[in-house]
Design a protein around this ligand. Structure first.
Ligand code: SAH
Length: 219
């Protein structure tokens, strides 16, 4: 049986619309991304204690010392990914499953990997209950997901000290990787595009603050 948290009321829809207006005001311009945020019920991904804050533009704890990213950050990364229907996308850091669900709503086939066992189990169950098609995996995402590579796009939702080599290798030519890179205090959003000849081109965007990417090619 679905818990009361699985009800999407008019009030929630209204709050979501306000959030979308807020994101527009903060510079998100991609209408498909704004529509996806408008469609995905973020309150499904939060613990009951935080339901009332689900549509504030802020990060929130999801257990195991981790957080669901701030909606602005989800929108910003989603916008940088320029998702096309049926893009094969790898997400590192499933967390609550919210970012993965937004990407799915944009038409992507999403693979998502999480290194915290409890969070992985909990979110896998949640996504199943929601009839989501996101493919969830347990493991160290800094090594990518070689069994399903290559990917059109890769998104990292934790802060990396360096760009993991494995992720670059698992990109298709023409594909790109969106990843925050920096120290523990703050990270710069990078978009790394793989050219037809395999060389990499990097664009630099704003600063963000993510939880650390922990793993073989991370912290
Ligand atoms: N995308 C998530 C954000 C979660 S925060 C959401 O929408 O809620 C980042 C997540 O990355 C945390 O759950 C953390 O456990 C996970 N993480 C950190 N290092 C990782 C790694 N090497 N592989 C997979 N997941 C990792």
């Amino acid at each position: 049986m679905l818990s009361s948290a699985f009800q999407d009321s008019f009030r929630h829809k209204g709050l979501r619309k306000k959030l979308v207006d807020d994101l527009r005001g903060k510079g998100i311009t991609d209408e498909a991304v704004l529509q996806a945020i408008n469609a995905v019920p973020r309150h499904f991904f939060l613990d009951l204690a935080f339901l009332e804050l689900a549509y504030d533009d802020r990060a929130m704890p999801i257990g195991e010392g981790q957080t669901i990213s701030q909606p602005f950050t989800v929108a910003f990364q989603s916008q940088l990914l320029e998702i096309k229907k049926r893009d094969k996308v790898l997400e590192i850091g499933t967390g609550s499953g919210y970012q993965a669900s937004v990407l799915e709503k944009l038409g992507a086939k999403v693979y998502s990997i999480e290194r915290q066992r409890k969070l992985y189990e909990k979110t896998r169950q949640l996504l199943q209950n929601m009839n989501s098609k996101v493919s969830t995996h347990f493991g160290d995402g800094t090594l990518g997901l070689p069994a399903f590579a290559p990917f059109d796009k890769i998104i990292v939702t934790a802060g990396a000290p360096v760009v993991p080599q494995s992720l670059c290798e698992q990109l298709k030519p023409g594909g790109f990787l969106v990843i925050p890179v920096g120290d523990e205090a703050n990270q710069r959003m990078l978009r790394i595009r793989k050219q037809a000849d395999g060389s990499l081109e990097t664009e630099t965007f704003d600063n963000f603050k993510f939880v650390p990417l922990v793993g073989k090619e991370g912290w």
